[in-house]
Design a binder for this molecule. Structure first.
Ligand code: AMP
Length: 383
């Protein structure tokens, strides 16, 4: 299969910021993008050649969308796999609906990871209170009960600290299929983003460290401040996952580094990822360019970085209100996604600060690094 020629159109299912930044990268490579989204004036639509305004299950709209594009990708996992099957019968869809299905279901995901030889937290599927009792006897406390599907940013999960927590957690999360995971006592959370091309060639960005606030990504530090061997282990795991999936496209593997230095996989996101936004400013080819290149059948350059970086998400009204200060602070690279309303918990944009390679500040320098005026307001979470 040959590379997509310049001026061809890439269809993106989903209209959020990941689609927006993918479309901007596609434009630089001479492609047009056409977005499928139910949302009017979506962030991705604002920077794309066209939009099909529709839900993801509307067969007529899906056929119309496919007719307007040469190849199709998606920018978030909560799209309909059946809709993607229909699209795949009409145009190449990269990554494939099979990859989407695995990432949409925590049981399928963890089964795949374990079968591929990638360690995860111990886990058991749960559909009834009796199964939960049996699972907790096997895995012990503490443990985390999660819905198998449609969870994000900490939604659809409950921490189980002791027997008193079981009934309420089950009540809140059922009747959806659930999974019980053993609690991982992690020292830090990391991720690796890897692209895999049509020819099976891969490019992996350096392992990064992620810090969350209220279950939402707050900061990414590139590179992760972990031993070189641990970072290499994480990268090897991500490559193994991309290869095992036969991925054509890009994925993020989210992982934990345990207190005793082991790397444990948590989640696969088969799309550009928030923990890769730093690559726009710190790498010759960003995660979004890699995504578009892989989807378009272009060669993949090395995923090298010319700088170290800290990426800070701008979430909700308070952080978005800092925009004028951010613009006035030298050294901050600002990104805004074009969302009309800054609702609490909504990712509105991000800011990147670059450092010379090897110059990432120590654990206490990050708030300062984000700029003196913003130091207090943007002070990172401690977790
Ligand atoms: P998830 O929805 O699986 O990405 O989980 C959201 C967050 O919950 C993760 O980023 C972790 O901080 C935490 N978490 C999830 N699963 C576990 C686990 N098995 N052990 C410890 N913490 C977890």
């Amino acid at each position: 299969m040959s590379a997509l020629p310049p001026n061809a159109t890439i269809g993106i299912v989903g209209g959020g910021q990941l689609g927006r930044m993918s479309a901007l990268a596609a434009a630089r490579l001479g492609y047009r993008c056409h977005i499928l989204t139910p949302e009017r004036d979506a962030p991705a639509s604002q920077v794309s050649a066209g939009t099909t305004l529709s839900h993801y299950e509307d067969e007529e709209a899906l056929r119309d969308f496919a007719g307007r594009v040469d190849v199709i990708t998606f920018e978030f996992e909560n799209v309909s796999a059946e809709g993607l099957d229909l699209l795949a019968s009409l145009r190449p869809v990269r990554p494939s609906p099979t990859v989407l299905r695995i990432s949409q279901d925590r049981v399928a995901e963890k089964s795949f990871l374990n079968a591929t030889g990638v360690a995860t937290a111990p886990w058991l599927p749960v559909t009834t209170p009796a199964e939960l009792d049996a699972a907790i006897r096997t895995l012990g406390f503490p443990a985390i009960l999660k819905t198998t599907r449609l969870g994000y940013d900490g939604k659809g999960q409950a921490m189980l600290r002791g027997p008193d927590d079981l009934a309420e957690a089950f009540e809140n999360l059922s009747p959806k299929p659930l999974i019980l995971e053993g609690f991982v006592d992690f020292g830090c959370e990391i991720s690796v983003i890897v692209a895999r091309g049509l020819d099976g060639g891969m490019a992996a960005f350096d392992t990064v460290e992620n810090r969350h606030r209220d279950h939402i990504l707050d900061l990414t530090l590139a590179p992760a401040r972990i031993p070189t061997e641990t970072a290499a282990t994480a990268e090897a795991m991500a490559r193994k996952v991309a290869d095992g999936l036969g991925l054509v496209g890009l994925l993020a593997l989210e992982m934990f580094v345990t207190a005793d230095g082991r790397v444990v996989a948590n989640e696969i996101a088969p799309r550009p990822h928030n923990s890769g936004h730093w690559t726009i400013d710190a790498c010759p080819a960003s995660q979004f360019e890699m995504h578009i290149r892989a989807v378009a059948g272009l060669p993949l350059p090395e995923a090298s970085r010319h700088s170290d970086a800290v990426m800070k998400n701008l979430v909700g009204p308070e952080e978005t209100a800092l925009w004028p200060d951010i613009l006035a602070t030298p050294g901050l690279v600002p990104h805004l996604y074009g969302k009309a309303e800054a609702r609490p918990g909504r990712k509105m944009g991000h800011v990147t600060r670059l450092f010379p390679r090897g110059g990432l500040p120590g654990p206490f320098g990050i708030a300062d690094a984000l700029g003196e005026t913003l130091g207090a307001a943007l002070a990172p979470s401690s977790t």
